[in-house]
Every structure is written in structure tokens, then in C-alpha cells.
Design a protein around this ligand. Sequence first.
Ligand code: GDP
Length: 311
Amino acid sequence: MYALAGKRVFVAGHRGMVGGAIVRRLAEEGCAVLTASRAELDLRDQAAVREWFGRMRPDAVFLAAAKVGGILANDSLPADFLYENMMIEANIIEAAHRVDVEKLLFLGSSCIYPKFAPQPIQEAALLTGPLEPTNEWYAIAKIAGIKLAQAYRRQHGRDFISAMPTNLYGPGDNFDLNSSHVMPALIRKAHEAKRAGTPLTVWGTGSPRREFLFVDDCADACVEIMKRYSEDEHINVGSGSDVTILELTQLVSEVVGFDGEIVQDLSKPDGTPRKLMASDKLRAMGWAPRTPLREGIAASYAWFLEQQRAG
Ligand code: GDP
């Protein structure tokens, strides 16, 4: 058991959806939360990261900083996704080692697994087959991060661990249609189609299956993992069930109140056919998500409307 109370806890990536949710969740832990804005600290800059760690001396680190994006962004900015993510994780993990950080949790994603991994995907499926080409740049960087945490455990005895969350969504999500993931994209599209009285366009065939987890549930799991997990192998963080993109479109339409036509854009890629994760290890720790999909979508839509109103 690693207690967070009284500790100095750095959340790297606090402006992102996951980092923001971890900061909210840490309010319950009685720890001092450290954050650094992008202007204050460029995580891709090794010297700056070393200097910041030397000065701030965190006890624990949640590594939730990453360059992230949906299927199109990943596919069109391969250099950014590979380079920036490798730099961020290498700089932070090395700096954490130098200043004797007691515990570090590195966050990855379900896209680290082979495209055709047996479902539900066990942690052991890592590096057993070829990756999905549309996001292999991001995946390779995240796999390097897992290995880096393991390497510092083995070579230096560091308590550095990794968690792989499934597709996340919720308040703080990116609703920009060119770079977003499917959930915020569908919420925005349903909202705009309802207003304009136009059809809602879904990319691809709508048949791929995806698992979704509400971001505050993910943050709760991350804090539990930080406190109670200490193994070489990464740990999956999923909700345990998946839906087709078409089912998701229907559910989002219901929540948003859109009842018009749904059309496909077959010029856009489908990506991996399915990526449901096996989260048995996490369940065995007694953790389960709390937010049903419909409720989470409603919370995410409410946040989107608030942002629209705020201009
Ligand atoms: P992925 O999980 O890495 O494939 O990333 P996404 O969340 O971007 O896409 C998931 C699935 O949703 C893919 O099959 C997409 O083609 C599909 N999809 C349907 N409509 C959209 C959309 O408007 N935006 C995005 N990003 N994906 C969409």
C-alpha cells in the first residue's frame, strides 16, 4: 500500500482530460498536487524537465501527459505522435529516477495491443502481433513508455508502473472534429445535426466495436492503482463491455435529442475491428466503474454545452 496523504504528487498533463480528472480525484487524498503549465514547462525539453524535478521534488508522479488524437490525427501526424510522446515519457521517467520519486504511474492506451489480439485483450497480448497501422506511431511510443518503466524497475529498483486505459470520454474532452476521438465527435455532430436539421455523418462502416470508460472512473482507478499496484506488468483499465460505433451513434443521438438520418462516410477508415480489454486484474483488486454509458454521455454533453455557452 502506497499512501498518498501528505505526499507531493505531480500530475503531468493536468490540462488534458485524464490529468484534469486525476487532479479532481486527488482532492480526496490529502496530498499536495503539483502541476506545471505548458508555458512553465515544456515536457519535450529534457533540460527543462530535469530542472523542474530538481526544484519541485515530487514524491509521486502520474504521467498523463501525451500528444493524443483520434484516428485521422494519428494517421496524418505520425512524426508528432511518435517523437513528442517518446520525448515526454523519456524525460519524465529519467528525471523521476534522478530525484528518487517513490512511485510513478505511466498511462498508455489500448492501442498498444496487436490489431487482431484475441478478445477480450489480456495484458499478455502485448507485442504478440502487428499493430493497427492508423495508430502505430502513438502505440510504439506508448509501448516504449511501458518498457521504460519496466527497465527502471529492473535496473534501478524503482516503483514505476503502467496502466492502459480503454477509450476514455467525459468533461474536458477534445470536441474538435478533425482531431477528436469518436465519442466527442458524435456528441458534437448529433448536436449540430439536430440544430441544422441535417443528417449525422458517421465515419467508416459503423461496425467496429469500442469499449468506453468515463474519465472520472478512470481517474479513480488510477489512484487505486497508484496506491495498491506494484508489478512489472502493466494493468488494463476498462469498463468490461463494448458497443458498435452504430450503437454508440444511436445512444448519443438519444441523449442529445437528435432523431434525424444517420449516414456513413466510407472514405474514412474503420481502424481496429474491436478492442475490448480484459480488466480482470483490476477487478481482482475490487475496483469497478460507477458511471453507466448513458449517464457519462449526458455529463459529457452537458460539459460541451457549457463550453459552447462560455464561447
Ligand atoms: P480509434 O479507437 O483509435 O480507432 O479512434 P477513434 O475514436 O477516432 O475512432 C473509433 C471508431 O469510430 C473508428 O472506427 C472511426 O472510423 C469511427 N468514427 C465514426 N465517426 C467518427 C468521427 O466522427 N470521428 C472519429 N474520430 N471517429 C469516428
